[in-house]
Design a protein around this ligand. Structure first.
Ligand code: CP
Ligand code: NVA
Length: 312
């Protein structure tokens, strides 16, 4: 009899809405249960006791790296972290072989990958859960933290309107994946050349996702409960000048925020480029919840890990 396949966390479109909801509620409960505790103290239930997470980075990271590390400690587990260039992976060892070796040594693997195909191949050959810590096609862990942040401030996201302004990139894709799962509206404004992924949009439409796309940021933001943007030049993008030129009209500034709902939040996964995709006024303004969003990466990662381990 073959072993049951592990619970990978690769893309939100593959997840049932009820599972995503379970992860969000667990993250909120875990955060509340340890309010005021030192950050290194493990949660009472220690759901990762005796477990080790391997983290592989093909790209830079601050939030994902530190939050997964802190998360495993708070879950009572441990981590092994490596940049891919320091591994044999960086010298051409196949990802399939890496998967089989690491599966014998650790209990889960998180990878930040250049190519989404690498994430899929790692998962295909791994006998332990694989987590997508960002690829060129998605950033699902980020969106769990973002939705948690929204709900902390504004209650259930179902029926609310989120506006994405700027590059139709990997983070935008994961919002598209999440929209039909939790029933929020997503208005996207991007330049035609940096349009969101058509496959993601088609899949969301099949799942009755309420998503609009267009090229006018004001149309997208009008009446929105949250305005979200991201860098114009993601890791791995090589067309810097073309991007900056096309994306300049998509800067989130005070004038744009003023057409959203009065209570609208501003979110950005960070790192931000102040003066490019967002102004200081918005980053540091009263509608910005970016630091809660960054903190919630820890709480969200913990519940993603607990889900992968079958603890929730
Ligand atoms: N938002 C995010 O994933 O940040 P890092 O690139 O620092 O991990
Ligand atoms: N879209 C950005 C997100 C960084 C967290 C990138 O892929 O570089």
């Amino acid at each position: 009899m073959s072993a049951p396949s592990p619970r990978h966390f690769l893309d939100l479109w593959k997840l049932e809405g009820s599972e995503l909801r379970k992860i969000l509620e667990d993250a909120k409960a875990r955060k509340a249960a340890r309010a005021g505790w030192p950050k290194g103290k493990p949660d009472a239930d220690r759901p990762a006791d005796g477990r080790t997470l391997a983290m592989i980075f093909q790209k830079n990271s601050t939030r994902t790296r530190f939050s997964f590390d802190a998360a495993m400690r708070q879950l009572g587990g441990d981590v092994i972290i490596s940049n891919a260039v320091d591994m044999q992976l960086g010298r051409g060892e196949p990802i399939e072989d890496t998967a089989r070796v690491l599966s014998r040594m650790v209990d889960a693997i998180m990878i930040r990958a250049n190519s989404h195909e690498d994430v899929e191949r790692l998962a295909m050959w791994s006998s332990v859960p694989v987590i997508n810590g960002l690829s060129d096609r998605g950033h699902p862990c980020q969106i769990v933290a973002d939705l948690m942040t929204f709900e902390e401030h504004r209650g259930p996201v179902t029926g609310k309107t989120l506006a994405w302004v700027g590059d139709g990139n990997n983070v935008c894709s994961s919002f598209i994946h999440a929209a039909p799962k939790l029933g929020f509206r997503l208005n996207i404004a991007s330049p035609a050349v940096f349009h969101p992924d058509m496959m993601d949009l088609a899949r969301a439409a099949e799942q009755q996702g309420l998503i609009t796309t267009g090229h006018d940021p004001y149309d997208a933001v009008r009446g929105a409960d949250c305005v979200i943007t991201d860098t114009w030049v993601s890791m791995g993008d090589t067309d810097h000048d073309e991007r900056v030129e096309a994306l300049e009209p998509f800067q989130v500034d005070g004038r744009l925020m003023a057409v959203a709902n009065q209570e609208a939040l501003f979110m950005h996964c960070l790192p931000a480029h102040r003066g490019e995709e967002v102004t200081d006024e918005v980053m540091d303004g009263p509608q910005s919840v970016i630091w809660d969003e960054a903190e919630n990466r820890i709480h969200a990662q913990k519940s993603i890990l607990a889900w992968c381990f079958g603890a929730i």
